[in-house]
Design a binder for this molecule. Sequence first.
Ligand code: KIV
Ligand code: ZN
Length: 503
Amino acid sequence: MDKHKTIFDTTLRDGEQTPGVSLTNDQKLKIARQLDKLGVDVIEAGFPVSSEGEKQNVKAIASEGLSLDVCGLARVLTKDLDACIDCNVDMVHTFVSTSDIQRIHTIKKSREEVLSMAVNAVEHIKDHGAKCMFSAMDATRTDLDYLIEVYEAVEGAGCDIINVPDTVGVMSPSSMYELVRNIDAHVNIPIDVHCHNDFGIAVANSLMAAEAGASQIQCTINGIGERAGNANLAEVVMSLHSIYGAKTNINTEYLLETAKMVESYTGIHMPANTPIVGDNAFAHESGIHTHGVLEKSDTFEPGIMTPEMVGHKRRIVVGKHAGRHAVKKSLEDMGIETNDEQLDEILSQIKDIANKGKRVCDADLHAVASSVLGRNLGSETIVLKEFSVMTGNLITPTAVVRATIGDQEAIASNYGVGPVDATLRAVEEMIGGYTKVKVRDFALEAITGGSDALAEVTISVEDGEGHVSSAQSASTDIATASVDALIAAINLLLDQKKTRGME
Ligand code: KIV
Ligand code: ZN
């Protein structure tokens, strides 16, 4: 494989086409800046002809002075191309369907008409001085001879780079390799690929295209995009770097930060087992694995990719499959020393909790250790005195919380999208002057049925140095369960901080 590949990110265009996703202009601008910090080479900022708002947003991103190239999408129609040119983008990405199925049933043009529209579009873009990328939409279902004829024609018209879209994600890795090899034998301009993830192999197909000679890969953050999405940028980049020994301009230490930003703006949540950026990507629970990892992390991690490389953290999880090493390490992190007998008892009680199907959180481990050691190990820095929350269809949900923090009285209010959000934000506001903590995970489960169901809330919080602690609480009132779990998790974090001697 060539040593260097460029990364084209289409989170703001194909990514925003994810069903149910709609980003505000401000969020798009923030994502564009983040992609610049990440080191992406080109971003597709949007489809300017689609609306005046979209056009203004692409224009705003193009005028941000980012280091990356800003690209706009256009059909091979003059009004689309001009909308991009009006935005002063660095590159125009123009596309037209070339497969018979799309050509006959959607645009209803002959092969000759499609070819001449493609050539005219490329000439129009080049006449206006922008870089030009041409996509034969549904390339992977297009008759091969015709596909090559189209690519040769756009190269002749001055196109800078061609894209091979696997529009409906039907390629296998080996067929993608063959196709790109074939195209590469006929054209002399760089090849870019755009793989959809309908069968879950968009990343594998992109890597095989790269192996076959594609010099640029299109990706999105968290793999979002039409239907099952596009190739996931973090997975493509880390595979290129760590498995293939290739290089990109991506500053990989910002991968997690970027994934979290896109997750929060789009509301498309990453499952815990998402590679590279998921919560469990570097988490270990089973006894054999945690023992190995605590001795030497490479024993049960790839080694060629570490959590630090992608801005992540290794986590040792105490749960059903935990062994002595994991429990000992977690207790040590809490500043709790035990002898062998006490450790065995704590482990056995933790397994009992987990065997009842309950998720074990730090607060459980702390409580079990307190009871086994026969002393109260923690101090409650924050003691909740009262809280109230107002909600309804005519008011913005608003919460007020009052507590003592150490020997100080504190009170704060905040609003949110719902009563729980308002309550959590009010607590964050209240403790803001004392310590900086943010909610990392929030899980809500109804553990009994009916409208009087008991809700169990599990919250994990993270401080500015990346230390995490979790706690659970159950109540028939979800706001009460949430505030109790949040304060318990923060108290634990503050305790651990004291133990580390950082105060
Ligand atoms: O999937 C596709 O074919 C596209 C084109 C616009 C490149 O998104
Ligand atoms: Zn696409």
